[in-house]
Design a protein around this ligand. Structure first.
Ligand code: NAD
Ligand code: TYD
Length: 338
């Protein structure tokens, strides 16, 4: 299988590229990534010299570039590329519209034009909106995105399904809950709190800290993405959740405990505008149709993640200083790209 992955230098994409190359020896992967602030080629250190892997620097917003690349011929496209942070979407929504909606449409158009036989869109449970204390998101739950990030992801999902319906393209969608694990950019809750705890800095808790997220280890998600790619049906949506609902405050407290810090580092700050209260996902369909189930219990996964950040403190400090960008130039130089 020759696979085109977009956003492979980000958190989930890089974990997916590693897993796919490790477990699917016959596959080759081209990774199309624009290297935004969140794209770090160092996340693929070690696999970036694998002859089955190639990096193509470019943007999914660049229609001609996308078309030229897809024209090469691929058996599948997996679209991870996105602007992914809710807080950024509150202050700069246009980039989210461009990348998450127009970028996805550019990929769909290229997939249609060049008859790519499989297209997997990586989406999020946030498209369903916010839940009361009871109940779960099912694949049939009406979309009700509440912030600019989730609104653009919902729009992209609708475009994918419209291309299935109108043009018959072989596309499907996974919607996962909040991921955590190695290589997550330290602006999201868990890596931000872990790196701040190491440095003895305050851990910002939005509002009362009682918002609930369902935490899914990135390795579990990537196994689910592989299962959907190989076994999922055209036009279907598959929810992937961890079954680990936790209030943010208890996540922060667990991080303080694991890092040997006390609760004086908790810093309650002004709440995020329009903050979704609770996400919880039902993934019985993925279990039934893909044979997928999450395996990593949150407490164990969190401990392993904290250990990873402890052992890779330089990875975090290179991101915080902006130095991570030089890895690309040093290793690929001017000849990098397609
Ligand atoms: P990330 O922000 O860590 O990585 C995004 C990657 O996409 C980066 O490498 C970036 O350079 C690249 N990118 C951004 N704009 C691009 C463009 N125009 N062209 C090409 N590449 C571009 O994101 P992530 O957390 O790894 O999320 C990956 C996908 O999974 C996203 O689609 C996101 O919506 C979805 N998702 C994430 C989570 C989560 O908890 N992180 C949960 C559910 C779904
Ligand atoms: P985040 O990791 O940004 O993911 P998302 O908004 O996509 O769920 O945030 C997870 C939860 O943690 C969310 O309820 C917002 C909250 N949060 C904090 O309380 N403090 C923080 O510093 C951050 C980044 C998030």
């Amino acid at each position: 299988m020759k696979l085109l992955v977009t956003g492979g230098c980000g958190f989930i994409g890089s974990n997916f590229v590693r897993l796919a190359l490790k477990t699917r020896p016959a596959w080759t992967i081209v990774n199309l990534d624009a290297l935004t602030y969140a794209g770090n080629p160092e996340n693929l250190k070690g696999v970036d010299r694998d002859p089955r892997y190639r990096f193509a620097k470019g943007s999914i917003c660049d229609e001609a570039f996308v078309d030229g690349l897809v024209k090469e011929g691929f058996q599948a496209i997996v679209n991870f590329a996105a602007e992914s942070h809710v807080d950024r979407s509150l202050y700069g929504p246009s980039e989210f519209v461009r990348t998450n909606i127009q970028g996805t449409v550019n990929l769909l158009e290229a997939a249609k034009r060049h008859a790519v036989p499989r297209f997997l869109q990586i989406s999020t449970d946030e498209v369903y909106g916010s839940l009361p204390p009871e109940g779960f998101f099912h694949e049939t739950t009406p979309l009700h995105p509440n912030n600019p990030y989730s609104a653009t992801k919902a729009a992209a999902d609708q475009m994918v399904l419209a291309y299935v319906h109108t043009f018959g393209i072989e596309a499907l969608i996974t919607r996962s809950s909040n991921n955590y694990g190695p290589y997550q950019y330290p602006e999201k809750l868990i890596p931000l709190h872990v790196s701040n705890a190491f440095e003895g800095k305050p851990l910002p808790v939005y509002g009362d800290g009682m918002q609930i997220r369902d935490w899914l280890h990135v390795e579990d998600n990537c196994r689910g993405v592989l299962a959907a790619l190989e076994k999922g049906k055209k036009g279907e949506v598959y929810n992937l959740g961890g079954g680990n609902e936790r209030p943010n405050l208890s996540v922060a407290q667990a991080i303080l405990k694991h890092t040997g810090r006390d609760e004086s580092l908790l810093q309650y700050v002004k709440d995020r505008p329009g903050h979704d209260r609770r996400y919880a996902i039902d993934c019985t369909k993925a279990n039934r149709e893909l044979g997928w189930t999450p395996e990593i219990v949150f407490e164990k996964g969190l401990a392993g993640t904290i250990d990873w950040y402890r052992e890779n403190r330089e990875w975090v400090s290179r991101i915080k200083s902006g130095e991570y960008r030089s890895y690309y130039e040093k290793n690929y130089g001017a000849a990098a790209g397609r």
